[in-house]
Design a protein around this ligand. Sequence first.
Ligand code: 2NL
Length: 369
Amino acid sequence: MNEASVTMPAADDLAALRAETEAALAAAADLRAWDQVRVGTLGKSGRLTGLLKGLGQVPAAQRKERGAALNRLKGELEAAIEARRAALEEAALDARLAAERLDVTLPPRPTAPGTAADGGIHPISRTVEELTAIFGAMGFAVAEGPDIESDWHNFGALNIPEHHPARQDHDTFYLPAGADGRRPVLRTHTSPVQIRTMLTQAPPIRVIVPGRTYRADHDATHSPMFHQVEGLVIDRTITLGHLKGCLIDFLRVFFGIADLPVRFRASYFPFTEPSMEVDIGWNRKSGELGKGEDWLEILGSGMVHPKVLANCGIDPREWQGFAFGMGIERIAMLKHGMNDLRPFYDSDVRWLRHYAADPLSPPSLAEGV
Ligand code: 2NL
């Protein structure tokens, strides 16, 4: 190779390489084509690499200038190649985003009944959702607490005396005594959560407490584990009138019967004074609610006993209020015409399918519960 042939492609060959590389980059429609241009230019046997390798053959007089021009071109081509990669990647991402766009607001396609994809809300959960919607609209918050309780939170603070039948072993699940010699209990009602609420929150208080409860009892209408909801309202001027209005409204909305007859009947609980059992009208023969001459006991209620307030550090001369409690299985059974409590916990998929609620239609007061 004579000197002339090496020195001849001076500026021209570099300009041509730049133009051709830029054209090839512009023509590269995807990252595959782009990579071919990159390797063909900067790779081991690439065109620019070849020119750089040939630098040694360039006469010393021109070598410096030629080397500088090649390095400039290398920088320019590297920048152009990198810019094209970024543009192609962005275009590829845009295309994917357009192609894979999801409308997360679309309802799911209906599945054939009974296919594995079907999911439903258990009637206990659904009933808790309904209770929460109704009492939530009346300004109640939901409170939660532990299932394993101290004797004091479950009984003592509630003015339930030492000899009360509810404390007997046949009603209450006791756990082995702890280091302090006291036996914890599985809570027999959700009242200890209201006790904890009064101990930690200053009045006014307006809470409902849905949750699991435990009693040593098992037949068609009793389960050793069941669910209760209790409510508690404490303020300066809360009266029996508020209790009645609140519970009448709740029962009529929950059962969907605008003129449901509701009766308050004097009763006794250690933690309320006065205490009232609440009945709704029904027809015992047909089981129909709201019609007929018969009364069905549905919940217990009363004005919170001053001793219970004092036990929780609330001054009963300044604050008063009402409380109530009911069984969740029981009101769910009445609402849906169920006659046995046990299937709630059997996980029989036929029963679940029959009574499950649609997860995509949570209860709303606007549409009716
Ligand atoms: C029923 C009766 C009731 C309460 C629960 C309560 C809670 C506190 C203070 C006062 Cl912390 N009362 N709860 C009051 C009256 C009745 O439940 O038959 N439940 C199934």
